[in-house]
Design a protein around this ligand. Structure first.
Ligand SMILES: C[S@@+](CC[C@H](N)C(=O)[O-])C[C@H]1O[C@@H](n2cnc3c(N)ncnc32)[C@H](O)[C@@H]1O
Length: 304
């Protein structure tokens, strides 16, 4: 059945990037199929933000009774301990091998979560695909979020051929794998042994030969790699700022540091950044909402 809704019009080549942005901003209308029109793609959106237009879309036929869940690769994650609902999801979505119940928020220094299995194969391991790359993840052993997929593409678009990059908190490697085709080489560091184990599997799965995995504490990088990198990624939002002096030490003059933070006020970290890196140009960006009054931001810090 065709339904009229609000649409964002983009060139087909820009379609996947824009779709990911809409997902990250919670603005994609998941009840309707995107539609091609000549060289354009019409993507259905919720609400009517500026630049949208009305268009007809085909409705996505989802079994109406499936309980609420988030799909990550072959795993469906529910927030409620609903065993019969989990069985319904397993039957209703043929690509799903496991239904898990999430046991609260990410915690600890490895930023991991606990789950119980409600239906299917008892595993927290699955494979997802992101912009043509395969990522093997394990939801209980190492942090992963596909909500940063668009952000990885943004960083990719800045990289000059042959840059030397460090991801100080790399997890299973989504940033290094997304950036490796332009970089000369990338140091990918994490303190969580399971994350580094999965990173190594992901490097093999994606034929990535220029990423050096390092199991260790990022606080030691200063002694090991002084003045080495053109770009540094710092995705450890609660405490990345504490590691900024290290990022300063390991970067060359003119380098860029991307510092991710969780904040309640615009510009919350600017004074602290300026007190650590005296000469720099700072651009702050909103990434996504975290909870009422809190959001994820990224500070792009270009050293003079
Ligand atoms: C929020 S996750 C980000 C992972 C990855 N960059 C991504 O985007 O999926 C932060 C990561 O930092 C790691 N970590 C925490 N403290 C660390 C430290 N002192 N040194 C190195 N890694 C650390 C955790 O194990 C975790 O994998």
């Amino acid at each position: 059945m065709m339904i009229e809704g609000w649409a964002v019009r983009v060139q087909k080549v820009e379609g996947e990037r824009r779709r990911q942005e809409l997902i990250a901003g919670d603005a994609l209308d998941r009840t309707l199929h995107p539609r091609a029109e000549g060289s354009d793609l019409l993507i259905p959106v919720t609400g009517s933000p500026p630049g949208t237009e009305r268009a007809l879309f085909e409705e996505i036929q989802v079994p109406p009774t499936l309980p609420r869940h988030e799909q990550v690769g072959g795993i469906a994650i529910m927030q409620e301990n609903d065993v019969s609902g989990a069985e319904e999801i397993l039957k209703g979505r043929p690509s799903t091998h496991t239904v898990l119940c999430s046991e609260g928020a990410v915690k600890g220094e490895f930023r991991t979560k606990s789950f119980t299995t409600l239906a299917g194969i008892p595993t927290t391991r699955t494979t997802i695909s992101e912009y043509g790359h395969r990522l093997i993840i394990d939801l209980s052993l190492a942090y992963f979020s596909s909500r940063l997929a668009t952000e990885r593409q943004r960083i990719h678009s800045y990289i000059a051929e042959g840059e030397v990059i460090c991801d100080m908190f790399c997890g299973v490697g989504p940033f290094p794998i997304a950036l490796s085709d332009r970089a000369s080489w990338i140091l990918a560091c994490d303190k969580n042994p399971a994350a580094i184990h999965l990173l190594r599997e992901n490097l093999l799965a994606n034929n990535t030969g220029n990423v050096l995995p390092m199991l260790g504490d990022a606080s030691h990088l200063g002694e090991l790699f002084p003045d080495t990198f053109d770009r540094v990624l710092m995705n450890l939002p609660l405490i990345a700022i504490d590691f900024l002096p290290i990022a300063d030490q390991i970067t060359k003059p003119g380098a860029t540091i991307h510092l991710y933070a969780l904040q309640e006020q615009e510009g919350e970290y600017i004074d602290q950044i300026r007190s650590i890196i005296l000469e720099s140009t700072i651009t702050e960006r909103y990434l996504r909402s975290y909870s009422a009054g809190k959001w994820h931001a990224v500070y792009d810090i270009k050293k003079d």
